[in-house]
Each structure stands twice: as structure tokens, then as C-alpha cells.
Design a protein around this ligand. Structure first.
Ligand code: LLP
Length: 433
């Protein structure tokens, strides 16, 4: 009935998430409010982990891409589940370190890491630093030398698979700000350099081909290309690349039009091909890392808003105005991303209106969606936007000096605040007169 399986309707006709009544949550914590179902987050982690156990003898690690949704509580949940973490800035790394996240399970990404960021990673012995370019490699070698350590690195490779287009293509990805190109020999030169550097230990290669991908084939193709490169490195340089990080990007269901593939199908197909190719090329099976972000967090989250006004513009459209908007969910403004919405206090009623959900920012493009099916909404109703657990809170802003909403975790019907709502004092905290 809903896009995410943790959502239901109770006897009052109210929408529930993870067993908690969303109308009660809105009353208790106020709106706008991000609500995440911790149980579902953990269930997703387990199913990714189990797919590696089942198809690849457990010879791998799931690293949650924390850019999807990062705060102390989710880092702790990941820790608990034995999951690793992909971080992409000192802020994300600092959050992980603040809860004592096991550093050996952290992958540090970024196409333009600052010296401070590299230093923070080196000083804390982060498990793998994913090096994006040759300048970074040199700077990292210097920093590691200064600190007297050997930094474990992976190279970010552009495998030449562009999965952003509907029909994925094999070329065209060379024009990307991320990583080293294979076709031009840039990646091979970087590997040569890395193996010659005293304070660098090249443990693996990394690729990430896109996000919200439904096809399995581009992932398999990317894995093939990477294994071929690993074989090439071994035969030409005698260097064994032991790890292969295949990134994230697994698609989720935002609306009824989306049909994601079960995760274990992905792992099954990738494992089969990797095993075949490694046998053929006579190389060791690499330790495989995957970095799901959206698929762990998005389906577990919803955002609750209060309806302020409703404007019927005859023959044009109906605007339902909510107390949040592009500040807490910029994805429609940025990508025209589609969402499903429900009037939480009328969840058992039919969706008999077509509306535009508009935010409260001073910006015409501040919309959550257009042409959305919704129950008849009136001021005071609670609107839930579904599958907002990823790239919403993490991409939120203070535009118009709006306060960032609180984040609440629900677990088997109980709820707790994991990120407090910003106060007006937070808004002026860093201002100087
Ligand atoms: N690993 C790397 C190196 C990445 O760059 C990303 C996402 C991931 C893993 C996780 O991908 P996921 O499983 O979440 O698809 N703001 C955009 C998404 C940007 C994704 C960037 N990189 C959105 O709201 O759709």
C-alpha cells in the first residue's frame, strides 16, 4: 500500500511508521520533523551483509555511505551492526570518531580533500583513504611521512561506465570530476607512482558508477573492468591489489513507478562474474566493499509537516503549503525528484486531489512536488512525505534562516530525538556584530 514496508495505518486512520503513530509524533515533537525507523535501517544493513555472506563467503564489508544521513545515532547503529562507514569530509569523519567508530572500518572519500582532512585521517589511522588524484597522493605521502606511518589507500577509478543515463553506456564517464581515468593511462601511471612511494600502501581500487540505479548490468560491467585492471597491474607491476570497492548506488522505491532489484540479486551476479574472471586471470579473489547510502536510509525515513494554507487556483493547480520545504528537502528543486505524500491524519481515506506541495521559502521553485495525489488537505493537517531518509536532512540548509528540523528515531513503537531541532539562538550562534 505504501512505498516503504514499515508504514501502515492504525485504527484511528493515522499513518504509522515502525509502529508509532505519526500524528502523535507530530504533536509530541512538532513539525517539520524527520522520522526514521531504526529497525528498518538495521534490517537493510543485515540484508546487505547477508548477501556478501551468502554469495561471496563473507569476504567483504558493507560500508554505509554516511552522506545519505549522518549523525551520531546512525554511526552508533552502524557500529552495532558491524557495518563500516564511508565518510567524505572532516565533518562526517569527526561525527564517526566522536562515537568511537572503529577506524579500520572507515573509508575516507572526497575529490578535493584538504590538508587538514588528510591529517585528521592519517592521525586517526583511518582504514582506507580513497585517493582521487595525483596531487592528493603526493600530499598524503608527505603527511604520512611526517607522521611516520604508511597510509592505506585505494584509488578512485573511473571505470567508463555511466549508469546515470537510462540505458547505461560504456563510455562518456571520462568527463567526471571524480577519480582517475582508465582509458588514458592516467590510472595506471598513478598506480605505478603509488607503489614507488614509501609512505603509501596501495590496498585497493574503488569505483562508484552513480546513484538510484535499478539495473544490475552496469554494476557487473564495472566489476569486470576493475578486475581486468587489477590483473593488468599484477602482470605489469607484480603488485597485488587486494581489495575492490564497488561503491553504492542501489535504487529504492520513491513512488509506485520505481521497481528496485533485491540487493542479494546484485551481490549474486557481481560475485559470479568476479569469481569467473579471477579464476580466468589467475588472481586472488579481492575483498569486496560496497557503499550503500540511499538504500539503507531512504526507505526508513519520512518527513512530517503541518499544512498552513491551501490555495485553489481555478483551472491551474492547488497549492498545499507546508511548514518546511526546500530547506529540509531540496531534492525536487534540485533534481525534480518524485515523492509520495499522505495526509497522515487521513491515511485511510482515498487520495482524491491532485496538488502541488509548496514550502515556506521565499522562492517559487520551493516545492516538494507537483501533480501529487493527496487526500483532501486542510490547514492543521499533518502531511507525511515518504522515503525521505536519505539526502534530506544531510542536504538541508538554513535558507531564509529557517531552523533545521529535529530527527526522531522510532524503534518498535518507541521514539527518541537523535538530532535536536535548531533553536533561534542556533541561527545567530556564529554571527558577530
Ligand atoms: N560511494 C560513493 C563514493 C558515493 O559518491 C556515493 C554517493 C555513495 C557511495 C552512495 O550512493 P547511494 O547508495 O546513496 O546511491 N544527493 C543525491 C545523491 C548523491 C550521491 C553521491 N554519491 C540525491 O539526493 O539523489
Amino acid at each position: 500500500m505504501f512505498v516503504s514496508k514499515n508504514l501502515s495505518v492504525n485504527e484511528k486512520g493515522n499513518l504509522t511508521i515502525g509502529g508509532a503513530d505519526t500524528v502523535d509524533l507530530a504533536k509530541k515533537y512538532g513539525t517539520p520533523l524527520y522520522v526514521m525507523d531504526e529497525e528498518l535501517i538495521r534490517e537493510h544493513c543485515r540484508s546487505f551483509k547477508q548477501s556478501i555472506d551468502k554469495y561471496y563467503n563473507g569476504n567483504g564489508l558493507v560500508c554505509y555511505a554516511s552522506k545519505a544521513f549522518c549523525c551520531k545515532a546512525i554511526c552508533k547503529a552502524m557500529m552495532d551492526e558491524g557495518i563500516g562507514l564511508d565518510v567524505v569530509s572532516e565533518g562526517e569523519l569527526y561525527t564517526a570518531l566522536s562515537v568511537g567508530f572503529p577506524v579500520e572500518k572507515i573509508c575516507f572519500h572526497g575529490n578535493n580533500k584538504t590538508d587538514d582532512e588528510l591529517l585528521l585521517a592519517v592521525e586517526n589511522n583511518v582504514g582506507r583513504i580513497i585517493v582521487d588524484n595525483i596531487f592528493e597522493l603526493e600530499r598524503l605521502n608527505d603527511i604520512a611521512e611526517e607522521k611516520g606511518i604508511k597510509a592505506n589507500i585505494m584509488f578512485r577509478i573511473k571505470p567508463g561506465v555511466d549508469a546515470h543515463t537510462h540505458d547505461f553506456v560504456k563510455t562518456g564517464q571520462i568527463d567526471s570530476k571524480f577519480g582517475f581515468a582508465l582509458e588514458t593511462g592516467e590510472a595506471f601511471e598513478a598506480v605505478k607512482k603509488a607503489v614507488s612511494l614509501k609512505n603509501i600502501n596501495l590496498v585497493g581500487l574503488h569505483c562508484h558508477i552513480g546513484s538510484q540505479i535499478f539495473d544490475i548490468d552496469p554494476f557487473v560491467l564495472a566489476a569486470e573492468i576493475m578486475i581486468n585492471f587489477i590483473a593488468d597491474i599484477k602482470s605489469k607491476l607484480g603488485h597485488e591489489v587486494k581489495e575492490l570497492n564497488l561503491g553504492g548506488g542501489f535504487g529504492i522505491k520513491y513512488t509506485e513507478d520505481d521497481s528496485p532489484v533485491a540487493y542479494d540479486k546484485y551481490m549474486e551476479n557481481v560475485s559470479v562474474r568476479v569469481k569467473e574472471l579471477c579464476a580466468e586471470k589467475n588472481i586472488e579473489l579481492p575483498f569486496i566493499l560496497i557503499e550503500p547510502g540511499r538504500s539503507i536510509a531512504a526507505p526508513a525515513g519520512i518527513t512530517l509537516y503541518t499544512v498552513g494554507g491551501v490555495k485553489h487556483i481555478p483551472n491551474i493547480r492547488t497549492y498545499v503549503s507546508i511548514d518546511g520545504g526546500m530547506c529540509d528537502n531540496p531534492r525536487y528543486a534540485l533534481y525534480k525528484s518524485k515523492y509520495e505524500a499522505v495526509v497522515a491524519n487521513k491515511a485511510s481515506q482515498p487520495k482524491n486531489t491532485t496538488v502541488t506541495i509548496a514550502g515556506k521559502c521565499c522562492e517559487s521553485g520551493d516545492l516538494i512536488g507537483e501533480g501529487m495525489q493527496l487526500q483532501e488537505a486542510v490547514p492543521g493537517d499533518i502531511v507525511a512525505v515518504l522515503a525521505t531518509g536519505a539526502y534530506n536532512y544531510s542536504m538541508s540548509s538554513n535558507y531564509n534562516r529557517l531552523r533545521k528540523p529535529a530527527v526522531v528515531f522510532v524503534n518498535k513503537g518507541n521514539s527518541r530525538v537523535v538530532v535536536k531541532r535548531e533553536t533561534l539562538d542556533d541561527i545567530i550562534r556564529n554571527d558577530e556584530e
